[in-house]
Design a protein around this ligand. Sequence first.
Ligand code: T4K
Length: 410
Amino acid sequence: MKSTPARTASAAPAPLALLGGAPRFAAPLHVGRPNIGDRERFMRRVEKILDNAWLTNNGPFVQDFERRIADLVETEHAIAMCNATVALEITTRGLGLKGQVIVPSFTFVATAHALQWQEIEPVFADVDPVTHNLDPARVEELITPRTTGIVGVHCWGRPCDVEGLQEVADRHGLQLMFDAAHAIGCTHGGRAIGSFGRAEVFSFHATKVCNSFEGGVVTTNDGELAEKLRLMRNFGFAGKDSVIYVGSNGKMSEVSAAMGLTSLDAFEDFRERNRVNHAAYARGLAGLDGLRLVDFDTAERNNWQYVVVEVDPDAAGLSRDELVQVLEAENVLARRYFFPGVHEMEPYRSHQPRVGEFLPETNRLCARVMTLPTGTAVEPADATAICEVVRAALARPAEVRAALASGTGA
Ligand code: T4K
């Protein structure tokens, strides 16, 4: 598998760039650099699309992509859409959610926006500090007569407490669905994520382990729901001149499906690169006080697409934000996923100004978590070099802090 040759790592453990050394990487190393897959195969698919003169509206490549996803996640139905945000909107609409829906705040803003866009109020529940996923006990406390559903997020591809959430949902007659944007190819209890709750929504955005440039797929075993979602993604058309629902335009284009198929062809290679990179990070960060690399249950299948580190500033000697700046000076663009918490973003911040008081674990994670580069653009040696930078910074926190304060840093 080819990796992006746009940067070089220097061999010696150089002085930190923040402290006057040369940046460790000549070109930026991103979180979310797309995995490209086999270009020739993609180009051949594009040629075929042009030959077909069938560019969108449920074409053969979209249908093929849907079959491949349904096989992969072992569901009866997979409905491809233009992105996961629209897929979330259409799925919540198709499920008839209204009033209030309980979601985590420790997520990408799209989870909440998909509800708010339809004037459904997202109610933020706190997450479990270890799993980073919704805590069913906190969810249950927030149920009111206006609550109609729960949207769990399998954060980083690690499964939610699916059973705990399902029990809460059943006890209160609520719909349960999942934002599985991060979780393609992952399992829970040996069963593929994709068939839990009423429906699950995957993202195939460019930055995801498998991508279709932009894309989302809803999976479900509920045939009636699947049919409704298929119509809703196409303006509600049930036949040539017959519209039976309010619908949107959520269709995936053929060229996106061609990229999605090409990505799926290489998925096992992508997964393996992510796994070895994660292992390199685990070795490189081992023994550093105050740093916790989020791990994955090796009894399950994982896609390892996020390398997530929690930084305890007291034990580590530097904060997450300070480390992000140290890395930036080295051309390593670590990301603060997810910061700030969605409850700190508009319109939620204005709608619910005090809700943060009830989200202590979310607030703690938002202040401590950073994600590091992985994927096919990153070699395990790059991961090792990034860890050396972190180690070097933590060995001299006072110097780092002074450089940041004086503005001589990044
Ligand atoms: N639910 C959850 C839990 C999600 O995490 C997401 C999306 C969604 C729902 C919604 O799914 P979609 O509607 O997007 O299908 C990025 C992604 O855009 C977003 O898809 C993702 N989650 C989120 C976690 O990350 P940003 O705003 O941080 O993206 P951006 O543009 O800063 O890109 C990230 C990095 O990737 C950059 O440093 C550059 C690099 N990059 C990006 C693109 C697009 C490239 O190198 N090439 C590229 O083509 O949100």
